[in-house]
Every structure is written in structure tokens, then in C-alpha cells.
Design a protein around this ligand. Structure first.
Ligand SMILES: Cc1cc2nc3c(=O)[nH]c(=O)nc-3n(C[C@H](O)[C@H](O)[C@H](O)COP(=O)(O)OP(=O)(O)OC[C@H]3O[C@@H](n4cnc5c(N)ncnc54)[C@H](O)[C@@H]3O)c2cc1C
Length: 505
């Protein structure tokens, strides 16, 4: 007897474990035809880069190997999704398409709508399944904690189901190969992305590295090992937040109170869990307010007097501003695709507050050099660091202070700026000129002051003050109110408030 066939459309969920699409297929007794597609509309997008293509290629290669171990295979395609589904349907009339609920940019949103419409017109069942606590089309933020509990805390990760696939489907899938993409390059400095690597990264973090998380993630010298490094896996879906959350809880429960390191481990893992939670907080905001890809969340900040000087923009991108910490971070990102939260925040703050570049102008480049590019976190953080959300602290990171605080011996900056290698750390930290390295491209204090005055003037304006509470109620974090034992969310009379800032480091 022939069974109905479901196309499992693999997007940012390249894993077998804790995958609702596969479990639903098993529950319904469907044959599964996994499909991953390199889509020209995404390849051409200004926030896509080789680093992302390479991450997807690795993730899907790993998935193919895992599927083959289960006696199945995946179709690897190149083309627009609707066109590919049409062609596939002509040779293999599937009855269902399953995908995860992606919260991406405007291109992926419109593409998903087109696929859903194409399925509907043909009577094909199209179902999307959540892989986080984010609720489609928005949620009252008072219910976010409840969503987290019901989707992440109270439900153990799904185990790998049987992947049923006929010989015919397997042969069809096995006959497809990765397309030769002209833009495709690889680099050994990029973090490996696959389900196997995700599990190894998690295990290693929980067994060894996690102990140094608290305190270790602030400096670019230590964050590469003290951070979980799970962001690429979460971004491309080679692990789920639920898998991570449950593994961390198990580890916390297994801590030995007699162990002298117990308290350190506990603090570190709890700090880590709160950051994991922030991911969904921001993703929910993009889901509820997709326009924030193009405009600031707060209407009063939509007409900022940015200069958008292309010379300054190019110097920032290339790491040639004459501010060693900024330049080292920008070059490190281009080479590795990673840097820690504080350094990401610093380069955005510098670009917007000091170089006077619009957060929308710097967005594509930063997205391209983040191997863990995740629009929900990224767009929100850009706006927060640019100070245009309206209620979080306006924070101007001084790159010289960051250098003194987190790289006083100049190990990080010397690694990424060969021009500085021969100079004594004291000379670099004190801002004295080093031969062969450019002087500061702008005067920090004067330009930062000018931009913060603009931001504070907007914040104090009657229009902004009138709009802030409504936006906050819709999008702000309830973290502080929860700790106030059930009191109503309340905005401080003195702006800025701190509700929605990043977790402290
Ligand atoms: C301007 C800017 C842009 C950013 N863009 C991205 C992005 O595109 N993709 C991305 O994954 N992270 C982004 N971040 C957040 C953060 O810098 C990275 O998640 C973190 O550095 C990744 O390292 P890790 O996995 O070791 O993180 P850990 O500290 O181990 O955190 C674990 C996970 O929690 C989540 N997380 C951590 N910090 C935050 C935060 N402040 N807000 C929301 N979620 C958080 C991430 O999924 C992360 O992998 C951005 C931060 C800034 C300031």
C-alpha cells in the first residue's frame, strides 16, 4: 500500500532530534521526503554572505549523513521554493509540506506566504511547527513566560523518530547534489555547524568551559571559550533551545554541593539560561513587529540626523578607524564570524553614536560577518545599541575604555592588527600614535556628545514621552516587574529606564 508523502522543508532546523516536523510525520504515518533549497532570492539578499552559505552547507551535509544512517536521504535543490515544489510535485505528488515556524526577514516571510498559498491552491496540507516559545503573529507579553514554560520547560525534547522513506524517495533524494554556487568559499576559522558539532559544543560547555561563563564572556580574549558558542547552532537549527535548556537543568541538578566549584558553576549556568531566554524575547518582538527590519520600533526616532558618510562607513567595515578595539573587532568578525556580545555592542555604538551612521546602513555588513546571524536578535540589538528603542539605557561604549578594561595587555588587538604588533601595550592603551597605524578618524568625545544630545532631546520630547508607554507595554521586557511581585508594569518617570537592557555581564 502506498502511503502519503510529506515534504519536510528544512530551513533553520537542520537536525533530527527535537524536530516537530519529523515527529508529526511519524505520528501521521507519512513517508518523509526532506528537502533543502538554496534560494536565489536569499542568496542575493544584502544580509546573506558566504559564511551563512557555508554554515547551511555544513548543517545540511551533516543532516544528510545522519539521514543516511537512518536509511533515508535529503533532496538538495537550487531555485525558488515554489518553482522547486511545483517540479517535485509533478514527479512525486506529495500530500503534505511541513516546516518550522521561521521568524526571518521580509524575504523569508513573503516566500513562506507564497509557499503556503501554492499548497492551498493544490489542496496540499501545509503545516508549520514552532521550535521556540515565540508565538506566531504576536502575543501579549505578559504571557511570554507562560509560553516559555509550556513550550520549553514543561516539554522534554522530542527523541529522533523513525524516518520512513521508500526506496523510490531515497533514490530521488540521493540523486541530488549540492549546487556549485559561485559565491561559495570555506574557511577554517569559521565555527563548524552540524548537529554532531552542536552536541559536542554543548557537552564540552557543560563539562568544562561553562564554569568560566560568568565573568568570562565580557572579554574578547576569553569569550571564545567561556561563552557557550551555541549561537551558530541555534541560528541554523542544529540544536534547539529546548534541548539546551533541559541539558543545563540536568547539569545544575547534578552539581555536587561539596564541590568547591559548585557555586561558580551554578552562577554561570544560571546566567547562561537567562541569556538563552533573551533570544526568544527578541525574536518575539520581530515576529510581532516585522517592520522593525526597516524602521525603528519607536516612531520618534525614525528621522535621526545620521550623516552616513561613506568614507567613515568604509573605514568602520574594514577596521581602519584608528580606534584599535573597534578595528580589531571588525577584522576579527570578518575572519571568524564571531565576537562576544560586549564587543558587538561596542562596534554598533561606535558606528551610530560616533561615526553617525544609520543602524540600517550598518545592518547588512554586520549580518554578513556574523556566522550566527539571526534576524530576531540582530535587528533588535542594532536598534537597542543605536539607542532608538526609546526606553533602554543609551549606552555609548568608549573603545579606549573597553581596551583598558578587557584587553589591557593588547593581546586581542595585536592579534588582529599586525600594524600594532611591535608597539608596547602601554603606548596602544594610552592612545599614543603608533607608526603605520592610522590616527583616530574622528574625535570621539565631541561626536558622541552630539549624538547623545540628539537622542536625549528626542527622549524628553512630548511626542516621544507620549508614545513610549504604549510601545513598552507591547514590546518591553517584564523582567523587572516580575521581581516586583505582581506590581503593574511601570515606566520610570526619569527616562531612560533599564527594563530592556541586555543581561548584565
Ligand atoms: C549588535 C548585536 C547583534 C547581535 N546579533 C546576533 C545574531 O545575529 N545572532 C545571535 O545569535 N546573537 C546575536 N547577538 C547576541 C550575542 O552577542 C550572541 O548571541 C552571543 O555573543 C553568541 O555567543 P554564545 O553563543 O557564546 O552566547 P552565550 O552567551 O553562550 O548565550 C547563549 C545563547 O543565548 C542567546 N543570547 C545571548 N545573548 C543574547 C542577547 N543579548 N540577546 C538575545 N539572545 C542572546 C544566543 O542565542 C546565544 O547563543 C547580537 C548582539 C549584538 C550586540
Amino acid at each position: 500500500m502506498t502511503r502519503d508523502v510529506v515534504v519536510w522543508w528544512v530551513k533553520r532546523d537542520a537536525r533530527l532530534a527535537d524536530n516537530a516536523c519529523l515527529n508529526e510525520a511519524e505520528r501521521l504515518g507519512l513517508d518523509v521526503l526532506p528537502l533543502f533549497c538554496f534560494e536565489p532570492c536569499l542568496l542575493a539578499a544584502d544580509d546573506t554572505s558566504n559564511m551563512h552559505l557555508h554554515a547551511q552547507w555544513q548543517a545540511v551535509s551533516g543532516l544528510r549523513a545522519a539521514l543516511r544512517n537512518h536509511g533515508a536521504d535529503i533532496i538538495i535543490a537550487h531555485g525558488e521554493m515554489v518553482e522547486k515544489l511545483s517540479k517535485l510535485h509533478a514527479i512525486m505528488p506529495f500530500t503534505h509540506v511541513f516546516a518550522h515556524e521561521e521568524v526571518g526577514n521580509d524575504i523569508t516571510f513573503r516566500r513562506d506566504v507564497a509557499v503556503a498559498a501554492w499548497c492551498r491552491e493544490r489542496g496540499i496540507v501545509y503545516s508549520e511547527f514552532p521550535q521556540s516559545s515565540v508565538r506566531r503573529s504576536g502575543v501579549n507579553r505578559d504571557r511570554l513566560q507562560e509560553m516559555w514554560r509550556s513550550r520549553i520547560v514543561d516539554v522534554p525534547p522530542l527523541s529522533i523518530p523513525e524516518v520512513r522513506q521508500t526506496d523510490q524517495l531515497r533514490q530521488l533524494a540521493a540523486s541530488t547534489a549540492f549546487p556549485k554556487l559561485t559565491a561559495f568559499t570555506s574557511n577554517n576559522d569559521w565555527q563548524a555547524v552540524s548537529e554532531v558539532d552542536a552536541q559536542a559544543t554543548l557537552a564540552n560547555f557543560l563539562d568544562h568551559r561553562g564554569r568560566w561563563y560568568r565573568g568570562g564572556i565580557s572579554s574578547p580574549n576569553t569569550a571564545f571559550t567561556a561563552g557557550s558558542r551555541l549561537s551558530v547552532h541555534l541560528a541554523w537549527g542544529t540544536i534547539s533551545a529546548r534541548q539546551i535548556w533541559h541539558a543545563v537543568r540536568e547539569r545544575l541538578a547534578a552539581l555536587d554541593p561539596e564541590d568547591p566549584q559548585c557555586s561558580r558553576w551554578k552562577q554561570s549556568l544560571q546566567a547562561f539560561l537567562s541569556r538563552l531566554h533573551w533570544r526568544d524575547h527578541f525574536t518575539q518582538r520581530l515576529e510581532s513587529e516585522p517592520a522593525l527590519e526597516f524602521q525603528s520600533l519607536h516612531p520618534s526616532y525614525r528621522d535621526m540626523p545620521y550623516e552616513n558618510d561613506e568614507r567613515l562607513h568604509a573605514a568602520w567595515r574594514e577596521g581602519c578607524t584608528g580606534f584599535p578595539m573597534v578595528d580589531a573587532v571588525m577584522r576579527c568578525l570578518s575572519a571568524t564570524g564571531f565576537v562576544n556580545f560586549r564587543m558587538r555592542a561596542m562596534v554598533v555604538s561606535f558606528a551610530c553614536h560616533v561615526l553617525h551612521l544609520d543602524w540600517r546602513l550598518i545592518h547588512p555588513h554586520l549580518a554578513r560577518v556574523f556566522r550566527d546571524y539571526d534576524p530576531g536578535i540582530h535587528l533588535n540589538q542594532l536598534q537597542m545599541q543605536a539607542g532608538v528603542v526609546g526606553w533602554n539605557t543609551i549606552r555609548v561604549y568608549n573603545p579606549t575604555k573597553q581596551l583598558c578594561d578587557w584587553d589591557a595587555e593588547c593581546r586581542f588587538v595585536k592579534h588582529w592588527l599586525p600594524e600594532l604588533q611591535g608597539a608596547p601595550a602601554q603606548q596602544i592603551v594610552s592612545g599614543d600614535r603608533v607608526t603605520g597605524y592610522p590616527g583616530p578618524i574622528v574625535t570621539f568625545a565631541e561626536r558622541a556628545k552630539r549624538m547623545t544630545e540628539v537622542l536625549y532631546a528626542i527622549r524628553k520630547s512630548p511626542d516621544a514621552k507620549a508614545a513610549t508607554p504604549t510601545i513598552f507595554v507591547k514590546h518591553g521586557s517584564r523582567k523587572r516587574e516580575r521581581s516586583q511581585r505582581g506590581k503593574q508594569p511601570r515606566l520610570s518617570k526619569r527616562t531612560p529606564t533599564l527594563f530592556d537592557n541586555e543581561p548584565s555581564e
